[in-house]
Design a protein. Sequence first.
Length: 324
Amino acid sequence: MKNAYRILAGAVCALALGTAGAQNYPSKPVTIIIPFAAGGPTDIVGRQLAQAMTKPIGGTVIVENKPGAGGTLAAEFVKAAAPDGHTVLLHHIGMSTAPALYRTLRFNPLTDFEYIGQVVDVPMTLVARPDFPANNMKELVAYVKANKAKVNLANAGLGAASHLCGLLFQSAIQTEIQTIPYKGTGPAMTDLQGKQVDILCDQTTQTTQLIQTDRIKAYGATSSKRISSLPNLPTMAEQGFPAFEVAVWHGVYAPKGTPKPVLDKLNAALRAGVKDATFAASMDKLGTLPVSDAALTPDGLRNHLKAEIDKWTPIIKKAGQYAD
Ligand code: ASP
């Protein structure tokens, strides 16, 4: 019933737009909902994207953080938002891992949204507090195995990229350690630098400068090739973990039933924003990789989402980690 109402609301909205298309859109600020805490990697991408989309969309674009439950609360929130293009979701790879991790997920990533396009791919880095005893990957593995009862791993909750990466790390070294969930890796990184937690796997959008200035220790990158802004950091594959590859891809979603002219305008603004010179240069500096033109489309996002769900579901099920 709720769904029928939403489809009706979308139809009414489309009718209201009529032949004028999306001429009156946006009629108020467009809010990009960020599923994690302010100051973290997803927030960094979201804030810069909001700025880059402001001119092409012809209105203000702001961000709002709605952290919780590994990013799933934000997706639920946007699913229930008015389908008028003024509330959209920026989410990452977590959109594809949540279905396998949550026994009860209150949204279906493949049917509850409209798809705007992908944004940028971000590698992850395995890092530790500045005074952690291990100085390289070999020492890290040996230390964690020998001290598994006391070493801990911070993450941004079940469904976060840091959770997935931590899961891959534990399975690669066949050792389980205690995990400490945060509302985002922004606050987790603050605690890591403050030496309150030991290890974290996090996107280069947050770790690049900290690694470059030796404020945290780094052991490996989850990309297939070395990250150009961190040329001395070996990949996980180089260090004997060939299956340890994670690219944190991002997508922008709108509530189901958002009218097509509005979706088209959002997509055009996203494409212009991602190609904006300031956005591109800043992302490049943070170790990210640009996406193809095909990825910057609704189909490019939905097809990738589907492929990633198919890829991660069996891996996560094998690891056997769930939430209710
Ligand atoms: N890096 C986080 C993650 O693990 C999210 C964030 O705070 O941006 O998904």
